[in-house]
Ligand binder design. Sequence first.
Ligand code: ZN
Ligand code: ZN
Length: 158
Amino acid sequence: MLRVDIRDLNRGPVRTVTELSPEDPTFEGLGLRLVGPVTIQGQLQATGEGEYLWRGDLHAAVRGECRRCLIEVIDEVDVEVAAAVFSSNPDAADDPDFYPLAERAAAVDVGAVVREELALAAQAHLLLCRDDCAGLCPNCGADLNAGPCDCRPPAEPV
Ligand SMILES: [Zn+2]
Ligand SMILES: [Zn+2]
């Protein structure tokens, strides 16, 4: 469960352990090609008046293309979130360090953190099928991992 009732939080920390299917609305519009469920662990707790802290981690597998040779690869994305703070303080509303919370919110939804962190992590990854991928020839488009192509190498300055 990623949506935690405020009343539960006021009684003490609540564990957030769940698996979300790739079709979960949390990931809608991110344009990520998720492979299998996204697993989430962590704990949400009240840290002050109208303030809640979530710490946790998430794991996902995302389908993408190698940036050099364009073959399809599966990227394992692991994100550790040291501190995501939800706040209903109006001063925090415009602060990007906080996740805004309605003043009379009945629940805190960690899904917002999962969505943002996953999107950031997936974008930041430089996808490569392997570290030494040779890529495609810029001239003929041949996959240079399969060996040199027939293009002549650029003339070496003498
Ligand atoms: Zn590659
Ligand atoms: Zn070539």
